[in-house]
Write a protein that binds this ligand. Structure first.
Ligand SMILES: [Zn+2]
Length: 644
């Protein structure tokens, strides 16, 4: 059976219970699944938890052929026809080792004049001794050529890596880009939210065996008997050629109407410092106030541009230990903050926005009732480099909201910091909290991000009372917090294949900052990493350069990065990793790039990179970066098609 219009066609093999066997972009002649038989990937799969805790699964391949109704049209439609739709209903099916049945229905339609399949499952759950745990839908096989596949690494810079992510299956905070599944080269299937919503927050993209793609939703009311399930909003699958990357106008009609975009474009906002919007150079500093002040002032003198300090270990407790008891500060911190602020420097301490140490004296009495818990009622435990057992707190609870606000009040009003970094909020996945006393739906649902919105609104109120210069940041880039977190620290190691999806889609709407550089990187590697993301992604320079030997290239890179079209969005032009056709550079540069701890890439690029940006007033700015010490010539031609 086909669901199709003039742009796209989706083929379902119903005989075996239903498989998505073809996804075609008709205009471009692209087949996203390929010609190989798609025998092993069911259209949907349900994970079900029995009362005794055992997990079982059932999928569409185990059920008889669905009944089809409300079929408005089949086959490839002529231009101008509105919808092609179909409703599928599978017969009630039993689940292994469970009593009762589940009945699955899917409603599918293709939008008029768009290559977009809208899809939704509704599940009637008549199991008496088990409940829905998670729902995978839609699943499909993806095309071969994995070496050229593109997969979004949402927790990184908001880039797509043009290879399969090595760690698929992350549970992500809410977001649209989190659901952008790119399949081949820059051709993409996007499964995105259909309308303004805060509901999608717990989705997993999984590529098991590198050949299957699925989007998984955790069911609200995790494992509870009798709980129905319905995808809300619908899943949207769009075979496209990745214009999301090259044209910032592709997603915004959806993306910019989301709740997290409600503050509007940066150039219209007066609730964050202009210097933050324009881009600070960030220094990652650590430890005693005396050394921090010395390094910060030396860097400011050397660079001659606005800088910010991201200050770790300003507290007496060890890192990732005894959280959240950050006070007292090390001796002399308040004086150091004043000294730096008097020099116009932003001083931003590290705190964690999620974790409480389980061996603190007040964990049992204060924290445990408010922490996230698994299905057995046990606190979730996370460990990091310190080895301490750290528990993510449930953001819906007043205990955690009050504790974070108490810490922020101390940092801003008592110590005098003019910014605070709250770690993990836009990076770590939501926990499927099963504590019924918290009042949120158990497990899955749409409650995690809104709880952080409420918390961050309170945090922002504390900052606003102090003054307009105070701002708050977090780790990485889940876009769902853009309305009440001022900037997003993109720290993941840079890789040469990265492309700035986030900067293109949300350019001019949110601030990304920092640039991960390894102390072992050569000057050339440093220049390539910082230069590429500064001009192509507007992520500001700095964060981990070695301050003891200031990089002259940092200083040289800053003016072009800062004189880009303010608050603009990227427009079609040069990609930052290679000039497009018609743009010729007279030479190349090469360097070995460090990853986390060792050299992971040998990168050879044209010596000059560039990107063009559109300012809110319509002016186009073109930014070039010459990574080399020697001059080079470039023959640059802008994309002929202007962005709208
Ligand atoms: Zn909870």
């Amino acid at each position: 059976m086909w669901i199709a219009n003039q742009h796209a066609a989706f083929s379902l093999d119903l005989a075996g219970g239903g498989r998505l066997t073809e996804i075609l972009n008709l205009a471009r002649g692209v087949d996203f699944i390929g010609s190989a038989p798609n025998l092993k990937t069911p259209f949907w799969r349900l994970t079900i938890r029995r009362k005794d805790g055992k997990i079982v699964t059932v999928d569409s391949s185990a059920v008889a052929q669905p009944k089809v109704s409300h079929l408005s049209a089949t086959g490839v439609k002529a231009p101008g026809v509105s919808h092609a739709k179909a409703d599928l209903e599978w017969p009630p099916c039993g689940v292994p080792e469970c009593q009762g049945t589940v009945t699955v229905r899917a409603d599918l339609f293709v939008e008029a004049d768009s290559p977009m399949l809208n899809a939704r499952l509704t599940i009637d759950n008549k199991l008496t001794d088990a409940g829905l745990w998670s729902v995978e839908f839609p699943s499909s096989r993806r095309s071969a050529r994995p070496a050229r596949s593109t997969w979004p690494c949402h927790a990184a810079i908001g880039v797509a890596a043009q290879r399969v992510c090595r760690r698929p299956g992350r549970t992500l905070p809410v977001g649209l880009l989190a659901d952008a599944v790119c399949l081949r080269d820059l051709r993409a299937v996007h499964a995105v939210s259909g309308r303004p919503s805060s509901r999608m927050w717990s989705e997993e993209l999984v590529a098991p065996g590198r050949r299957r793609v699925q989007v998984s939703a955790r069911a609200a009311g995790h494992g509870q008997t009798g709980r129905r399930f319905r995808h809300e909003p619908r899943r949207r699958v769009r075979p496209d050629r990745g214009r999301l990357v090259r044209r910032g106008t592709r997603l915004p009609p959806v993306g910019r109407s989301q709740i997290w975009m409600s503050k509007g474009p940066l150039d219209k906002r007066d609730d964050m410092p202009r210097k933050l919007r324009d881009g600070l150079v960030w220094l990652l500093l650590d430890g005693e106030p005396k050394g921090v002040v010395q390094q910060a002032l030396a860097a400011q003198d050397f660079l001659g541009v606005p800088i910010g300090i991201h200050w770790y270990n300003w507290h007496k407790i060890p890192f990732d230990d005894d959280y959240p008891h950050y006070f007292p500060t090390k001796d002399g911190v308040a004086d150091a903050v004043k000294t730096l602020k008097d020099r116009g420097i932003y001083v931003m301490p590290y705190i964690n926005g999620r974790l409480w140490d389980i061996d603190t004296a007040d964990f049992k009495t204060v924290a445990e009732p408010a922490c996230t818990k698994d299905a057995a009622g046990k606190p979730y435990i996370e460990t990091y480099g310190s080895g301490q057992k750290l528990v993510p707190m449930c953001p819906t609870t007043t205990v955690w909201q009050d504790k974070v606000c108490e810490i922020i009040d101390g940092l801003v009003n008592k110590v005098g910091f003019n910014a605070v970094y709250l770690d993990q909020i836009a990076a770590a996945g939501p926990r499927q909290c099963m504590d019924a006393s918290h009042g949120h739906p158990l497990g899955g649902g749409a409650w995690w991000a809104p709880a952080y919105w409420k918390l961050m609104d309170r945090v922002q109120e504390i900052g606003a009372k102090k003054g307009p210069e105070v701002f708050f940041t977090t780790e990485n880039n889940a876009e769902s917090y853009s309305q009440n977190i001022d900037a997003f620290l993109i720290w993941n190691p840079r890789r040469p294949e990265m492309i700035p999806i986030n900067a293109v889609v949300y350019g001019g709407m949110r601030v990304h900052f920092a640039n991960r550089v390894h102390p072992g990187d050569s000057d050339m590697a440093f220049a390539m990493k910082v230069g590429a993301t500064s001009c192509g992604a507007r992520s500001s320079a700095g964060w981990r350069p070695s301050i003891s030997s200031p990089r002259t290239r940092t200083r040289r890179l800053l003016p072009p990065a800062r004189q880009g079209a303010d608050d603009g969005k990227q427009v079609p032009g040069l990609r930052q990793d290679a000039p497009s056709a018609g743009n010729r550079v007279s030479g190349k540069v090469s360097a070995e790039w460090y990853g986390e701890g060792k050299v992971e890439h040998t990168v050879t690029w044209p010596a000059v990179a560039g990107a063009s940006w559109l300012a809110p007033d319509g002016h186009v700015g073109v930014i070039f970066t010459n990574y080399d010490d020697r001059p080079h010539t470039i023959d640059f031609r802008r994309h002929r098609k202007p962005i709208n």
